[in-house]
Design a binder for this molecule. Structure first.
Ligand SMILES: *[C@@H]1O[C@H](CO)[C@@H](O)[C@H](O)[C@H]1NC(C)=O
Ligand SMILES: *[C@@H]1O[C@H](CO)[C@@H](O)[C@H](O)[C@H]1NC(C)=O
Ligand SMILES: *[C@@H]1O[C@H](CO)[C@@H](O)[C@H](O)[C@H]1NC(C)=O
Ligand SMILES: *[C@@H]1O[C@H](CO)[C@@H](O)[C@H](O)[C@H]1NC(C)=O
Ligand SMILES: *[C@@H]1O[C@H](CO)[C@@H](O)[C@H](O)[C@H]1NC(C)=O
Length: 562
């Protein structure tokens, strides 16, 4: 059936002058019949050395992870400290934090780790990835409150963290970071006792922090509930800021609230320590990337923080809210997940489905504040009718509690790491020990049974001499496609992830201007880059060819300010 339809559409588009080339429509509708199903879990490493509290993918296909530096022992002991002195087998050295690694680089291909050095504490910090692929990381705790660090990824295993001499204006512990359309400028917003935001680099050398009354208004006193605000760049250049239960559209250049959105329904909060999660659904070329829809899922029950301190772990929120933040009328459309959930990661998969993974059913974030791990990922198909969007995927055996993380890899797997609800690395005598095992979750659409539908050997071509493609420009994608179906092309900004927030995560469905296919299965598509840096801040994106809902292996494409 499928094949007949396909042949028909091929014939419809056949251009008779091209005998060996068959022209295809560049279809963009997500018609993939698959994408649901069970998935597979794989144990990659027993010991990542450090808890992957923070995690980021680089365009060198390495993954940077880091924890706090003040934990004492980690799972990776160093022979020498950062300052060159030896780590001896004496009692004090065996528990000295500086004799242990607190950051690691994981190589996806070799499945190996390598220790990295941190000068100061990046605990509960934030970050973005700049246009040249360098990670910028902002803030932390104690001696790291105001620090800015860079990590320039490499192939040769000789790159490491570099701390900047420039400092932040304010302490940034539990703040959020978003890359802005201006080349290589980020905003760092909120944090504990930080009801303001600042830019790195600053617009003017005289700038410091800017007060944001919204952060005062959403502050819950002892339970806080407005840390790690959800931060998204809308395609109109404004920021969507969500804290606790409220959200605004914010013009950061004028320090002006453009719009106040209605409060999200549900008896509880969504931001840290209630720790729901938030994404923007895939942006689409068909509406000029104008339609921006936010989705917030899970969170903690009202009063969960105080209850947890008294040993009671309240059931988390099961609702998700979707809201179009562009256009005139705004309203949260609510729907329920298959169960209560918080401290989960939300990832946009290349076929536009949303994966909800990790986290718990009860309690809230913070040391030992939660119980009942959510072992089953959920898959959400935004395009199905309400009530039919969620499916429950294969269960893992490893709880991923507070300080766990997840990340989409170029090969379509999802890396799952970390988890430590204890203030130290603790392996015995606690309900949820420190978790150093590294897993990969393989969504069903990456299963080998879809081999014939999976686009293979994807490569990207720019105009000669270019290192990337400018806004509105064209680039070529060649791939091999044994069984052509409707093909879409997605570009995914890899996030900096911590505390259930994938900062800067966004996905765009790109316009295909033309595509032809030779008889031997090779296809060549001409794609259009996003129109502006508001739609897609400059940098490296994962380009994925999706054939009939089945993604191929992603390749890096770079959008540049031409
Ligand atoms: C992890 O440890 C277990 C138990 O020692 C062992 O059976 C398994 O092979 C190890 N797995 C990996 C990926 O190292
Ligand atoms: C090296 O670092 C350790 C631990 O912070 C400190 O005790 C020691 O004094 C330092 N040594 C030198 C030579 O800087
Ligand atoms: C990337 O950009 C940052 C910020 O402009 C700069 O500090 C860094 O040196 C650049 N890295 C490379 C590899 O060019
Ligand atoms: C909200 O939840 C709290 C406990 O989490 C409960 O005490 C309160 O009655 C609930 N309020 C409503 C309106 O359901
Ligand atoms: C795709 O690449 C693989 C590995 O590089 C190669 O073995 C295979 O022959 C290629 N497929 C085609 C159709 O060229």
């Amino acid at each position: 059936m499928e094949d007949k339809k396909q042949i028909h559409s091929v014939c419809k588009c056949l251009i008779s002058t091209l005998i060996f080339l068959q022209w295809f429509e560049c279809s963009t509708a997500a018609k993939g019949s698959s994408g649901g199903g069970e998935g597979k879990w794989q144990l990659l490493l027993n010991n990542t050395g450090v808890v992957a509290m923070h995690i980021a993918l680089t365009h060198h296909n390495t993954v940077i992870m880091f924890d706090q530096t003040g934990t004492g022992r980690s799972g990776y002991r160093l022979s020498h400290r950062n300052n060159g002195t030896r780590c001896k087998n004496t009692g004090s050295d065996l528990s000295d934090s500086s004799c242990y690694a607190h950051s690691m680089e994981y190589n996806i291909i070799s499945n190996k780790i390598r220790p990295l050095m941190l000068e100061t504490d990046p605990w509960c910090s934030s970050g973005s990835i700049l246009s040249n692929g360098t990670i910028i990381q902002t803030g932390g705790y104690g001696n790291g409150y105001r620090k800015i660090r860079y990590f320039k990824p490499c192939d040769e295993s000789n790159c490491d963290w570099k701390q900047s001499r420039t400092q932040l204006s304010h302490n940034r512990w539990y703040s959020s970071n978003q890359i802005l359309p201006e080349n290589d400028r980020v905003i760092v917003l909120g944090g504990r006792r930080a009801f303001n935001y600042e830019f790195v680099p600053k617009f003017s050398p005289r700038d410091s922090s800017f007060d944001l009354p919204f952060l005062h208004q959403t502050y819950d006193g002892k339970g806080e509930n407005n840390l790690y605000p959800f931060l998204h760049l809308s395609s109109d250049g404004n920021l969507f800021i969500f804290a606790n239960r409220d959200s605004i559209l914010f013009n950061y250049k004028q320090n002006k609230v453009v719009k106040k959105f209605p409060q999200i329904p549900g008896n509880g909060s969504r931001s840290y320590p209630s720790t729901g999660s938030s994404i923007i659904l895939p942006l689409d070329h068909s509406d000029g990337f104008q339609k921006v829809e936010v989705m917030v899922c899970g969170g903690a029950a009202s009063g969960a923080y105080t209850a947890a301190k008294n040993g009671r772990f309240l059931e988390g929120l099961r609702s998700c809210g979707r809201m179009l933040i562009t256009g005139e009328k705004q309203k949260w459309k609510m729907e329920d997940m298959p169960g209560p959930r918080l401290m989960s990661d939300m990832l946009i998969l290349p076929n536009g489905y949303i994966l909800i993974i990790n986290g718990v059913k009860n309690g809230c974030a913070g040391w030992n504040n939660a119980d009942n791990p959510s072992l089953q990922p959920y898959l959400y198909n935004p395009e199905k009718t309400e009530g039919r969007r969620f499916s429950v995927l294969k269960s893992t055996k490893i709880p991923r509690m507070y300080h766990s993380s997840a990340l989409l890899l170029p090969d379509g797997r999802v890396l799952v790491a970390g988890g430590n609800p204890n203030s130290r690395y603790t392996f015995n005598g606690v309900p949820y020990p420190t978790e150093l095992r590294l897993q990969a979750f393989t969504p069903d659409h990456m299963d080998s049974k879809f081999y014939s539908r999976r686009p293979q050997n994807v490569s990207i071509y720019y105009s000669s001499g270019e290192e990337g493609v400018g806004y509105g420009g064209e680039f070529g994608v060649q791939f091999w496609n044994e069984k052509p179906m409707e093909v879409e092309f997605s570009a995914y900004a890899p996030p900096f992830t911590t505390h259930s927030i994938s900062m800067n995560q966004r996905m765009l469905r790109l316009r295909c201007k033309s595509m032809f296919r030779s008889e031997d299965g090779w296809a060549n598509a001409l794609l259009e880059a996003p129109p502006s840096a508001n739609v897609a801040p400059a940098g490296y994106y994962l380009l994925t060819v999706v054939n009939g809902g089945i993604p191929g292996i992603s390749q890096w494409v770079r959008f540049i300010h031409a």
